[in-house]
Design a protein around this ligand. Structure first.
Ligand code: 0RA
Length: 407
């Protein structure tokens, strides 16, 4: 056996096998949230997430997504390609195992840095189960392999259909109309998620092409999502319609206590707060420990600066956490190996060990920025003090009205 074959053998065998697919068709909502527009779009995200994981592992930098004329979806990546060698336990190609066994997707081995969220990580087999037709094409080892499925069942064994010097995975699926209320994709919905993924995973090019209703004789429009600056550019994008209070985006990227942390923040002249917090590329709408860490780092650092710099001294005013967040736009992204999602919509991070690393990262980047940019620091602190004053005045006014009503 050659080294390459051994490696392939190894990766093929390391796929953990758990359960069957019938369960998914019986209770689709349990796996993809719902069978409406949201669930329909989740299918795309799940397939793309697998390619994102391959990119995060350092083997892929390009993902092409097509919305086809019949509302099927094609996702092509330039990764290593899903292994196709025989999986000894299952006596099937690893590709077939990945496509037909729930949870078989990526748990190849713990060393592989795998953090994708997707349908809460249920895997591409789930997409297969909910598609009337799916085709998987793998380019690797000089060959092109293919297998097709109907509602998750293979139509034939994995076969070689050609030769290729390239590597990668290509999946085309057509959602089952007997499962979904709607089967028509919304370009803007898909585009928004691809844009978000490009910001969250800098350096990956995601191309999105809508092949529906292309006028005769015209080329389809390809939209390219690519971010070199990551969250730094994400924050700028979020504030695109606001007036900036400071021109910079304060940015941190690194690892703290083994947890990859990326944070970007800036201030605009509005009074609203916009903090987007992500765990493994999933927007944690209900917040959690990473958001607490962010808030703690922000509040402590700004409070300390306001006090030490003397700007606060002449004010004699009590400032609290909310005052630091008026006009704040921020994005926090952490990658957590075993995330615990809690809350009503399972979008609240519960892992206690994440708070300190995020808080540290925010304190470090922010104190360094404030020290080096005294002019901007003053503008921020003055805005904070203004917010505190407004809050105190509002409370006084409320108390006055209430006192009058008592009489
Ligand atoms: C695990 C191992 C290997 C590739 C992949 C997963 C993989 C999965 C997907 C899903 C979509 N695109 C993908 N690209 C790669 C290969 C391991 C090896 O070659 O040693």
């Amino acid at each position: 056996m050659s080294e390459a074959e051994k490696r392939d053998d190894y990766s093929a065998d390391n796929i953990q096998v758990l359960e069957g697919l019938e369960a998914v068709r019986k209770r689709p909502a349990m796996y993809i949230g719902d069978v409406g527009v949201k669930g329909l779009h989740h299918l795309v995200y799940e397939v793309v997430d697998n390619s994102i994981d391959e990119a995060l592992a350092g083997h892929c930098n390009r993902i092409d997504v097509f919305i086809n004329e019949n509302n099927s979806i094609t996702v092509i990546d330039n990764g290593r390609g899903i292994p196709t060698a025989m999986h000894t336990k299952e006596k099937k190609s690893a590709l077939e195992v990945v496509m037909t066994v729930l949870h078989a997707g990526g748990k190849f081995d713990k060393d592989t840095y795998k953090v994708s969220g997707g349908l809460h990580g249920v895997g591409v087999s789930c997409v297969n189960a909910l598609s009337i037709h799916l085709s998987a094409t793998v380019r690797r080892d000089g060959k092109i392999f293919q297998q097709e499925y109907k509602i998750g069942k293979p139509l034939y064994d994995v076969k070689v259909i050609g030769e290729s010097n390239e590597t990668g995975t290509e999946v085309t699926f057509l959602p089952d109309p007997s499962i979904f209320d709607y089967t028509e994709y919304n370009f803007d919905t898909v585009a928004a998620r691809m844009r978000e993924l490009a910001f969250l995973n800098k350096g990956i090019t995601i191309n999105l092409t809508d092949l529906r209703n292309v006028p005769e004789g015209e080329a389809p429009v390809k939209t390219v999502f690519f971010s070199e600056g990551g969250l730094r550019e994400f924050a700028t994008y979020l504030d695109r319609n606001r007036e900036a209070l400071i021109q910079d985006v304060i940015y941190f990227e690194g690892e703290r206590e083994g947890i990859p942390v990326e944070v970007a923040l800036t201030y605009n002249t509005s009074y609203t707060e916009n903090i987007q917090a992500y765990v493994n590329n999933i927007n944690t709408h209900e917040g959690g420990t990473h958001l607490s860490g962010f808030r703690r780092g922000l509040t402590n650092t700004l409070k300390k600066y306001a006090t030490d710099s003397g700007i606060l001294a002449k004010e004699k005013i009590e400032i609290d956490g909310d005052d630091f967040r008026e006009g704040l736009t921020a994005v926090v992204s952490v990658k957590v190996q075993e995330p615990q999602f809690e809350g009503q919509t399972k979008t609240k991070l519960g892992n206690r060990e994440v708070t300190a690393p995020v808080s540290q990262a925010v304190s470090e980047m922010l104190s360094a920025y404030l020290e080096e940019h005294p002019a901007e620091a003053r503008v921020i602190v003055e805005k904070v003090i203004l917010a505190a004053r407004a809050r105190h005045a509002a409370r006084k006014a409320r108390e006055m009205v209430q006192r009058k009503n008592v009489r």
